[in-house]
Design a protein around this ligand. Sequence first.
Ligand code: PLP
Length: 230
Amino acid sequence: MVAENLRQVEERICQACARAGRSRSEVTLIAVSKTKPVSMIEELLPLGTRDFGENKVQELCEKYEVLPRDIRWHLIGHLQRNKVKYVVGKACLIHSVDSLRLAQAISQEGEKQGVLVPVLVEVNVAGEESKFGVTWEETENLVEEMARLPHISVRGLMTIAPFVADPEENRSVFGKLKKLYVDIREKNIDNVAMNVLSMGMTNDYEVAIEEGATMVRVGTGIFGERNYAR
Ligand SMILES: *Cc1c(COP(=O)(O)O)cnc(C)c1O
């Protein structure tokens, strides 16, 4: 089932790329495996999937321990400063940096471990109360401040768009983030790469690709519905 779901998602990604005149190679599919067992991840490994997303540090660490080391783990959920030490060195990319204090803690841990930590800044584009992320207005300033931290490498922006019935409703959200990303990239800030735009989930990843996403995070569409009542 998981393999067939992946095949369908892959096909839809290719079609969205074609509609947007983009190459499939510009978009990385992150299989969001949160709450799902290791056995389901293992089903995807022979098919070539290596990018997996988790939203909890503990779950990422548990899966990291038992699965092959060539998997690229993406931390996509909110990160507390006291958990930074567990995830630095394990996640290939932290998508959810939303404050300078968190960025400082990550840089300090990077220094301790002797690594440069790739991160994205999470932007709450739609200004939803319930969501983490910095505002559109705060983003550029935070990127500039983070650029001065020695053990962090700012790679781009991430957003979680609102939950909507029709994915078209999120097109303007994705378009806004793309514009911000290009604006910041054009500033050529030292130590800032700006080549990752992480946006789009099961409900809206095709629209996100049409609007310029370079990473889409798909959970339900690959692994099926999550059951939190365990
Ligand atoms: C759970 C989650 C996803 C995947 O959501 P689906 O709707 O199941 O595709 C993507 N991004 C983040 C940040 C998530 O927490």
